[in-house]
Design a protein around this ligand. Structure first.
Ligand SMILES: Cc1ncc(C[n+]2csc(CCOP(=O)(O)OP(=O)(O)O)c2C)c(N)n1
Length: 371
């Protein structure tokens, strides 16, 4: 499947030229670590991508029915990236991501019912109904958020990697962000500290071409975002985000580097955002021609064709899978609909903020944080 482009350390490699070696810069294809995907694996990836697609379509519909409030950002177009990245992690690895995160929760193994219930603001949701679409959190699945502040997750993920390193664990922290996030200060501070202190964290820039309505070229002096790793002598690579296997393989290399050598890594994946920034954005900044071109870049349609061509998944099998995941999403929506809203009395139970400023009983030492 598609190739990756890489930059190691100080110098981005020209095609026929070996990159100059800097501290932390290494050649990057550890042979046996990347087995080829077999047919069952590919069908499994396709099913997960399809589940994310149907889930997000359902979320968009539920939003228009006023079942979901607040903001709601979808992974439509990023399904191959989501599934490829999650396939590279162990269940014990930690994940920090931004507000465009429903698909990651699903691909990390959290049930569609608990994710949908959170979107609906119900007590059965992953964050007990208090987080909503942008703040999915599940400590057991090691999904540590879900952040609405652009880039807010980066220093936290870096801190989590410091904790892993301090305790001598072999877990890896993966931290996602959008392309627009690479322009904020916390991006540079986090990469700098992670490289200086040899932290086991993989930063992933999910480049969907736009930060709201602003293109990467309008906002980034170096639009090849993976090259920013060079400023921190951090190994970095760009992968085709519409190709699940290309993403998985690139991520496996990055994760392995973090796990076995405790070196941070910067991975950039490139895939289009098929719809607006959030469900209420009609994306008028895109021309009709651009919108047409998006259809050809749909990773799900592309994978369905590839699997059919390779005689791995027939049209009938694909339709069966579609019916299966659609039923799963319908059941999740029904579960969310029937679930109760959280009790108002639990409003402050999971926050550091106190109803009365400075009141001690809700501080981290309080028993509610130990349960
Ligand atoms: C600190 C901060 N500034 C501004 C915003 C408003 N905002 C929300 S999303 C967004 C664009 C971020 O784009 P990108 O990082 O590319 O992520 P994408 O939405 O494409 O996944 C902005 C500016 C915010 N949430 N937080």
């Amino acid at each position: 499947m598609a190739e990756t482009t890489r930059s190691a350390g100080m110098t981005a490699p020209a095609p026929a030229q070996a990159p100059r070696r800097a501290r932390g810069a290494r050649t990057t294809r550890p042979s046996a670590a990347v087995p080829a995907a077999d047919a069952a694996e590919l069908v499994g990836y396709y099913r997960q991508m399809l589940l994310i697609r149907r889930f997000e379509e359902r979320a968009a519909r539920a939003y228009t029915e006023a079942k979901i409030g607040g903001y709601c950002h979808l992974n439509l177009g990023e399904e191959a990236t989501v599934v490829g990245l999650m396939a590279a992690l162990r269940p014990t690895d930690y994940l920090f991501t931004n507000y465009r995160e429903h698909g990651y929760a699903l691909a990390k193994g959290i049930g569609a019912d608990r994710v949908m219930a959170e979107l609906y603001g119900r007590s059965t949701g992953v964050s007990k109904g208090w987080g909503g679409s942008m703040h999915l959190f599940d400590a057991e699945a090691r999904l540590l958020g879900g952040y609405g502040i652009v880039g807010g997750q980066l220093p936290l993920a870096t801190g989590a990697a410091l904790a892993v390193s301090y305790k001598g664990g072999d877990e890896v922290v993966m931290c996602h962000m959008g392309d627009g996030t690479t322009a904020i200060g916390a991006f540079h501070e986090s990469l700098n500290i992670a490289a200086l202190w040899d932290l086991p964290v993989v930063f992933v820039v999910i480049n969907n071409g736009l930060g709201m309505g602003t293109t990467v070229e309008q906002s980034a002096a170096e639009p090849e975002l993976y090259r920013r790793g060079a400023a921190y002598r951090m190994e970095s690579v760009r992968a085709d985000g519409t190709d699940v296997v290309a993403v998985r393989d690139a991520a496996r290399i990055a994760v392995e580097r973090a796990r076995t050598e405790s070196r941070p890594y910067l991975l950039e994946t490139v895939s289009p955002r098929l719809k607006g920034h959030s469900v209420v954005d009609p994306a008028r900044y895109r021309s009709k021609k651009e919108k047409e071109a998006l259809k050809a870049a749909d990773p799900l349609a592309r994978m369905a064709l590839e699997l059919a061509d390779a005689k791995i998944l027939s049209h009938d099998d694909r339709d069966r899978l579609d019916a299966e995941v659609t039923a799963e999403v319908d059941a999740a929506a029904a579960f969310a609909d029937e679930s109760p809203a959280p009790e108002v009395s639990t409003l402050f139970d999971y926050t550091y903020a106190t109803p009365v400023p400075g009141e001690l009983r809700r501080l981290p030492a309080d028993p509610v944080f130990r349960s």
